[in-house]
Design a protein around this ligand. Structure first.
Ligand code: 3PG
Length: 307
């Protein structure tokens, strides 16, 4: 029997949380839940005797790991694992996994939810624009990017994808244009949707030099990570291009300045909610529980992300 902690500052739905517990308990594991915590000390205390953790965007820092001497595996119920100190985990021989693809559709649907609201002027009755025939650039053609392409085609958009890990043939099959140069993506597409992880190569990579290449009535959508956008460059773009708008599920640090100076040209969700659907909670949460069961049962590490 192992002890598994579900540590979610932003909780799963009750149904998902109950399902996770059931799957783990069926295999004889004990489950502890820490939800909506407000102080890192609560997390330090909760990890003290656990063997496994399921988290979402919760920060699993070196300090958290130091407070968890029995920890063997952390599963990030979701895609991005930039919230976990992989090096610290590897040092302690802790396996870190994610659950790729499980919450992708939810994020992709939010892209269009926010985009339609933005181009229809927040439904204020004034004349908006349409998506049909517009060029959409998808930066990062992983699980979320592919869902975005599928929906975009339903809207009749012309879709372009950039991803160094994806082949031309794959893009052809997906019915999207294959782009190899990031500058070409920004030059070509009026609307760009970001689906890249936050890492040393991508942080602040979406800068003014790139954004300023975008055609007229440019819109940048960010449901990935706030850090990938260079915030000074973003303000410069707002200042120099009156036609530019920014939509994000991950508000920038300078959101108050943007709100004050550039009203009606942005939308930021009050709390990151791309993956916050009942379906995504079930998919990612239950996958995490199954992965933990498999790890303890047979040593399976299929979704390991740390070396
Ligand atoms: C992810 O990386 O899976 C998404 O950003 C969702 O994050 P969340 O689980 O904190 O909602």
């Amino acid at each position: 029997m192992k002890k598994v902690l579900i540590a979610t500052e932003k909780p799963f739905s009750k149904q998902a949380s109950d399902g996770i517990k059931e799957l783990l308990q069926e295999k004889g594991h004990e489950v502890q839940v820490l939800e909506k915590y407000t102080d890192v000390n609560q997390l330090y205390e909760a990890v003290a005797d656990v063997n496994a953790m399921i988290v979402r965007s919760d920060l699993v820092t070196k300090e958290v790991i130091a407070h968890a001497p029995n920890l063997e595996i952390v599963v990030r119920a979701g895609a991005g694992y930039d919230n976990i100190d992989l090096e610290a985990a590897t040092q302690k021989e802790i396996v870190v996994e994610n659950t790729p693809g499980q919450n992708s559709n939810a994020v992709a649907e939010l892209v269009f939810g926010m985009l339609v609201m933005y181009i229809r002027k927040f439904y204020d009755g004034s004349t908006g624009t349409e998506l049909m025939g517009k060029k959409l650039g998808i930066q990062g053609f992983g699980a979320v990017g592919r869902c975005v392409a599928r929906i975009a085609k339903g809207f009749g958009m012309d879709v372009y994808a950039l991803d160094t890990y994806v082949s031309e043939g794959f893009c052809e099959k997906a019915g999207v244009h294959y782009v190899t140069d990031v500058n070409d993506l920004y030059k070509t597409c009026q609307i760009i949707s970001l689906h890249i992880p936050a890492n040393s190569e991508t942080v602040k990579s979406i800068n003014y030099a790139l954004l300023s290449k975008m055609p007229k009535n440019a819109i940048l959508i960010n449901t990935a990570r706030a850090e990938v956008v260079d915030e000074e460059g973003l303000v410069e773009m707002f200042q120099n291009r009156e036609d530019f708008g920014y939509i994000a599920d991950v508000a920038p640090k300078n959101k108050d300045l943007i709100a004050e100076k550039f009203p009606k040209r942005f939308f930021f969700t009050p709390k990151k909610c791309g993956a916050q659907t009942s379906e995504a909670n079930n998919n990612a949460g239950l996958a995490a529980a199954v992965q933990i069961n498999n790890f303890f049962e047979s040593g399976d590490k299929k979704y390991q992300v740390n070396p």
